[in-house]
Structure formats: C-alpha cells, structure tokens
Design a protein around this ligand. Structure first.
Ligand code: GLY
Length: 375
C-alpha cells in the first residue's frame, strides 16, 4: 500500500464458499492494484465504469493496476439507469469476451449502483460465471447495492426484473471517492444508512442523530457509519441470501419509494432513489402509526432526522405532478406480492422495530395516500 493509505476497516460477509470481505477506508482505489495482486494472483481484469466515474476515478485505478503489473482493459458505458439494459449488457459481455478474459479472471465494477448491478449480472453469466470486484464510488452503493449479491437490469416491464444473485469476490469501498460525490447523492445515500437504524438498531439511529454533521463532513464518523451499515447488511444477507424472509426488511420505505419513482418516470432530476426511500421510510412510519402499531412521535423523529440531512420527507416535497392515489396504488400492486387480496409491506412498531407484514389491506393504503396527497 502507498503512504496515503491507512488500514481499512474490514467487514466480512460470511457465506460459506461465497464469503468475501468489504474493505472500507480512504485511498483504496489508489492502492487497489497491490490488494488485487495479493488476493488473486495471475488474474487479468476488465474495469467497467461509466463516463462520469471514468473522468473522476479511472486514471487513479488504472495507475494502481499498472503499478502492480496487472493486465486490464476498460469498458466505459453511458451514465444513468438507462445502462441497466439488454443492449448495454450485450456490449459489456462483448467487451469482456473481446478482451479474452477467462473464467479465473475478474471484472471490476467501478461506479454506483447502476454499474454494480450491470457488471455483477455480466459477471454472473459470462462463461457461466466469473468473479468480480465491486468498487462502489457512491455512498448508496457503498452501504447497500455493492453488498449482498443482487445484480440485474431493467426491462420495459419494470426495474431489476432480469438478474441473478451473484456475490462479488471483494468489495473496495473507497471513502475518498465520496469527496467528489455531489452533495445531493451523498444525502440520498445517507437515507440508506439511516434505514439500518430504523430496521433493528435504535442505538445506531441515536448515534446517527448525534453524529450526522461529522458523517457529512467526512473522516472517522463517516467510515464508522458505512462500516455499521455494511455490518448490518452482511448480517441480514448471511441468514437470508436469496430473500426468502428477513432480507425483505432491507426494503423498508421502498414500496412507497418505488411508487414515487415510477410516478416521476425515474427522472433523476425530480427524485433519486435514496430520496424516494427517505420519503418512503417516513410514510412507512406514519402508516404504521395510522394502524396503531407505532407512535406518531417516532414517525416525527424519523422525519426530523432525514429533513436535518436535507432530504425530502413528504410527497409534497417531490417537484411536479405525481398523479393520484390510484396511480400510486397501481405501482404498488405491480411491485408487490399480493396474497388473498392483501399486500406485503415493511411496517414498524417503532424506531429499530421493523417487521414484514403480509396482511396489509390495500384500501387502508389507498386512503392513507389520498390523505397524504391532499396534505
Ligand atoms: N437493497 C436491498 C437488498 O439488497 O436486499
């Protein structure tokens, strides 16, 4: 490692023969070559990234791979959700095969959630499965999408409908990359950090309330928050890798959130995923209070904390028209399993006490949304 590196925080993801480590800390991209050479002797690499991330980080990573004498090629795709498509997947697969990478070689996903999902999927299908390394460069990808092996692309029928579970061989979460992330995306990623406190760790939520300013400023508190989030996710994934049960808790706020993203036509100018999750988490707490499962005081505490981070917390915070309660219900029905006319939702008994409810009455959700749209 070069002189600029401090020892990273290591979070293990314990999954039998698919176990791997998440390294969290500064300058991990600048030191990636030595780390990869030590872990995967003799391997060659294809770095897959998008134009925006390439401009900010590809030179640093490429220099580090070259310094460690590692052979690699790069594939640069268009930034944005549109790249999670069959067309771009084909171009990535074609690039990997053209570079003559073999089964023991590795793909590197350098970027945010879109790149991680796309490259993880490509790695899962090329040569019937190649190894890959996640190098997440956004907070959202560092605390959520790069961990746990969900990969996939979108189709005209919806998001993430084609993909597979394929765990990375290593995650390098370089916290220096967050220094160049635009503030809106830092805030959006923070919503997913807060989510882990709300699911089952009230003490972590207390800590976030006390340390939010330091986390946004960078430094040890930020690394601590990312590591706690990754530990929480690793714990869930270890017991339920394929989302047969508790992993669904990680979708807290996502049902309402996805409906709002759909209403915005996935227009990132209006709403990015983490912002939708922030509003969705407040709605999940308020709806739980409406059902007398949780207190409105907790919902207000959640709202106040997310608002203090500069996140939107109400449907009325989304710019432009988002349609009617029936429009939102249509998205919710498309997104959710419906069993005997009841919906499955992640609800809560209070901060740190989320649970999977599989008997939610659609009319109660509709009435709640109608009220929220009026207010
Ligand atoms: N982002 C939710 C999950 O990985 O399960």
């Amino acid at each position: 490692m070069t002189a600029t590196a401090t020892a990273p925080t290591v979070v293990p993801v314990d999954l039998a023969d698919r176990s791997y480590e998440i390294l969290i800390g500064p300058a991990l991209l600048a030191n990636a070559g030595a780390e990869l050479a030590r872990r995967f002797p003799g391997a060659r690499y294809a770095v897959i990234t998008d134009e925006t991330v390439a401009e900010r980080h590809l030179e640093t990573l490429a220099a580090s791979l070259t310094d460690a004498d590692l052979a690699f090629s790069s594939i640069v795709v268009t930034p944005g959700e549109g790249s999670k498509s069959f067309e771009i997947l084909e171009s990535v697969v074609d690039g990997v095969l053209s570079a003559r990478l073999e089964r023991g070689d590795l793909l590197i996903a350098l970027g945010g959630g879109v790149i991680g999902d796309l490259v993880g999927f490509a790695a899962g299908i090329v040569r019937r499965g190649m190894r890959f390394v996640q190098m997440p460069t956004t907070l959202l990808a560092q605390v959520d999408s790069s961990v746990g092996g969900k990969t996939g692309i979108n189709t005209r029928h919806g998001k993430n409908l084609v993909g597979l579970f394929h765990q990375p061989a290593l995650v390098l979460a370089d916290t220096s990359a967050l220094d160049t992330l635009d503030p809106r995306h830092l805030r959006a990623g923070y919503a997913e950090v807060v989510k882990y406190g709300l699911i089952d760790d009230a003490a972590f939520f207390d800590w976030l309330e006390a340390n939010r300013a330091e986390i946004f400023a960078g430094g040890p508190a930020r690394i601590g928050a990312i590591a706690s989030a990754c530990r929480a996710k690793a714990g869930v994934v270890r017991v339920d890798e394929k989302e047969a049960g508790v992993r669904a808790l990680l979708n807290l706020g996502h049902t309402f959130g996805h409906a709002l993203e759909t209403a915005c036509g996935y227009d990132a100018e209006r709403l990015v995923h983490g912002e939708a999750v922030a509003i969705g988490m407040v709605l999940a707490h308020e709806f739980s209070a409406r059902l007398n499962l949780a207190s409105l005081d907790d919902a207000e505490r959640v709202r106040a904390h997310l608002a203090s981070a500069g996140l939107p917390t109400a449907i009325s915070d989304v710019p432009g028209d988002i349609g009617t309660a029936d429009d939102l219900m249509r998205s919710i029905f498309q997104d959710k399993k419906v069993k005997r006319g009841r919906l499955t939702f992640i609800l809560t008994r209070g901060i740190g006490e989320a649970f999977v409810a599989d008997d939610v009455v659609p009319d109660q959700v509709r009435a709640f949304l109608e009220e929220k749209l009026e207010g």
